[in-house]
Design a protein around this ligand. Structure first.
Ligand code: FA5
Length: 347
């Protein structure tokens, strides 16, 4: 037994001396692999247990445990000492220069089109309108037939619209949402605004895009008149553009309204004097409107003798252009942050 305890003490001393001599993390790793493994000299001492009586086993076990704890402590101290030495060395090397300029990250901005859409929808929601968004892929039936657009109307030509097949197309205006809403309301009075993307085979230029956005407005009820339409449009346009901008109504034609008007607003670029943006007219057309055609009411189950309604469709790309002084509609779809952060400001 005495011999065994002497061997244990010798192994412990050898390990503590070696640990003391360790100078770097690699040497510490080697030490752990050789001296703290299951096959180490210390672990191999357990072979003596089988030759000891119970009292000797208890003493020998306790001595081994004490030796292990002492070595573990020394190992941990050495590990911490080496770790902090290399950590401090790294910190000294990696000095931070607080006088260096910071990194400038470009923050995204809300596209003017989205801002205008939210603003317009808010105006109408505050006037008690519901919001409904129709599908992008629309049937020929809702897009044209239900809007009283006859089969020989030029808008139904394949070269004006993006057709998938003879009965499905990308919607060319937000007006089909009118028919969908009237179907859903089944003869009740209601007020709704319907935002949506529209697609036409228009040639892209400063004021036309093959994809653009409209917001449709529709009010159906008893005794709704052209004066209600005019008052609503004036309230809406003054809220968006302010009192200073001039608005003018021109008689027009849409198959789904009778009478029909087109509404122009003075050009933000030249303020009515005439420039290339407004094609020297001083005004830019932003919306079409009118009283809902009796045929459209009838097709949706509303009796035109009892019900009347007004509708309008405003191109909100044009509204965004006028409000932010954007001279080319294509800029809206390019997402160039420089334009939106520095150049275009609300007017
Ligand atoms: C229509 O689309 C009708 N559905 C509007 C309407 C609704 C009339 C309800 C009566 C009652 P129009 O094709 O004129 O009408 O388009 C309406 C607005 O959409 C235009 O005034 C314009 O602001 C915008 N718009 C039309 N085509 C384009 C285009 N290619 N690019 C950008 N905006 C456009």
């Amino acid at each position: 037994m005495e011999q065994i305890l002497l061997e244990l003490a010798a192994i412990k001393e050898e390990m503590l001396t070696l640990l003391n001599e360790v100078k770097d993390e690699n040497a510490l790793k080697n030490f752990r692999e050789v001296y703290l493994s299951k096959k180490s000299k210390l672990a191999s001492l357990s072979r003596y247990f089988k030759d000891l009586n119970n009292d000797e086993k208890a003493i020998f076990g306790e001595k081994i445990n004490q030796a292990r704890q002492e070595i573990d402590r020394a190992y941990k101290n050495k590990h911490d000492e080496l770790f902090f030495a290399s950590y401090n060395k790294r910190l000294l090397k990696e000095k931070i220069d607080l006088s260096l300029p910071g990194v400038n990250y470009q923050v995204g901005r809300i596209n003017p089109l989205r801002k205008v859409e939210d603003e317009i929808l808010n105006i109408f929601v505050n006037m008690g309108y519901e919001v409904y968004e129709g599908p992008d892929i629309e049937s020929d039936y809702y897009n044209f037939e239900r809007m009283n657009i006859p089969s020989d109307h030029p808008a139904r030509e394949m070269q004006d619209s993006f057709y998938f097949n003879p009965s499905l197309l990308l919607k060319t205006h937000t007006s089909p949402a009118q028919a969908r809403m009237m179907d859903a309301k089944k003869g009740e009075a209601f007020k709704v605004v319907c935002p949506g993307k529209c697609y036409r085979r228009d040639d892209d230029d400063a004021t036309h895009s093959h994809q653009f956005m409209q917001i449709e407005g529709l009010v159906v009820g008893h005794n709704i008149s052209l004066a209600d339409l005019k008052g609503t449009l004036e309230t809406f346009l003054k809220a968006v553009f302010g009192e200073k901008r001039e608005i003018r109504l021109r008689g027009s034609y849409f198959p789904f309204t009778e009478p029909s008007v087109e509404v122009d607003i003075s050009c933000a670029h030249c303020l009515g004097k005439g420039c290339s943006l407004c094609k020297n007219s001083g005004y830019i057309e932003i919306l079409g409107a009118g009283m809902v055609h009796p045929n459209v009411l009838m097709m949706s189950g509303y009796d035109p003798k009892e019900y009347s309604g007004f509708a309008f469709g405003v191109g909100i790309d044009r509204v965004a252009m006028l409000k932010y002084g954007i001279s080319d509609i294509r800029d809206i779809y390019q997402n160039d942050l420089r334009l939106f952060s520095n150049f275009y400001k609300e007017r």
